[in-house]
Design a protein. Structure first.
Length: 300
């Protein structure tokens, strides 16, 4: 897996230039026609994390690779990508089309309720894609066209309007998603589970061989949350149906799979990053849960 792609990397690779406002304190925003980035002369999309958000309307047949999953989509799909999760996509037909916009977290600072990562489509492990029908495609297309028109205007408050259009896209997707899947904290157990999940995700992604996952047990998290480990385990089990250990194990395995598939780090380096003192312990752990040893999985 390559290093995290910065905004500067994005513009240099796609356009060989940097916009004048890239370093302005208001944060950065831009919007593009996807058709200009398709075809035989297009720059390949690398599998990597970015330090910016992306919202994309994609039409046609495509495969997107998101974390350790690969999903084939067809028709019109609205997709949300966040800086924590590595991704790439492949166009499977010659007549793909759509739009995409990119923006930094600072672009929304203090402008929306809560943080972007609290929204379901941007949350780690959240649902990033929403299949659209013809009428929904028209509504989303209209929002992207408004962004493009406003970005080219001289209106002094144009970024406030653009921010509203992006927010409207987010709420459009939230309404498409079934209401029962929306993120809520109905009780204390749900709040504890949400904080546990945030603490777990905060240790990822692992981007260099020097970075290490250290909070590996339920006791570690209970100490951080200042609750008894039994209380933590009970809250998480009642809220999610899974034990604390199961959540930690699943997250370790997800990162292990991504590192094995998308980096050239050796097994010992990956084992150390994931908190294992010995490669043999990592090998046994990985094989126990996946039925492959790490080398076999890497070569599948």
């Amino acid at each position: 897996m390559s290093k995290t792609e910065s905004l500067e990397d994005f513009y240099r690779e796609k356009f060989n230039w940097l916009p004048d406002n890239l370093q302005e304190g208001i944060g950065h925003f831009n919007v593009f026609n996807l058709e200009n980035h398709l075809g035989p002369n297009a720059v390949p999309v690398k599998y990597s994390r970015r330090d910016f958000y992306k919202v994309c309307l994609m039409r046609g047949r495509n495969i997107y690779h998101y974390a350790d999953k690969s999903v084939e989509i067809s028709g019109s799909t609205l997709m949300f990508f966040n800086p924590k999760v590595p991704y790439t996509w492949e166009c499977l037909n010659d007549d793909g089309s759509g739009y995409f916009c990119i923006f930094t977290d600072a672009f929304f600072t203090e402008k929306i309720r809560g943080n972007l990562t609290e929204l379901p489509m941007f949350a780690p492990g959240g649902k990033p894609s929403f299949v659209l029908n013809e009428e929904q495609d028209k509504q989303v297309t209209a929002l992207f066209l408004k962004m493009m028109e406003e970005l080219d205007s001289d209106y002094v408050y144009k970024y406030d309007l653009i921010r509203n259009y992006v927010t409207e896209l987010i709420h459009f997707a939230l309404k498409v998603q079934p209401a029962e899947n929306l993120y809520q904290h109905p009780d204390a157990n749900s709040r504890i589970t949400a904080v546990f999940t945030e603490l777990l995700e905060r240790q990822f992604p692992i981007e260099t061989p020097r970075q290490r996952f250290t909070m590996r047990s339920a006791i570690d998290f209970a100490q951080q949350l200042a609750v008894h480990v039994n209380h933590l385990n009970r809250a998480i089990k009642e809220t999610t149906g899974k034990t604390t250990t199961m959540h930690i194990t699943e997250r370790i395995l997800t990162e292990a799979k991504a590192l094995l598939k998308h980096t050239d780090w050796n097994i010992a380096e990956i084992a150390w990053c994931l908190g294992f003192e010995e490669s043999a312990h990592f090998n046994n752990y990985f094989k126990k849960h996946t039925h492959f040893n790490p080398s076999q999985f890497r070569n599948v």
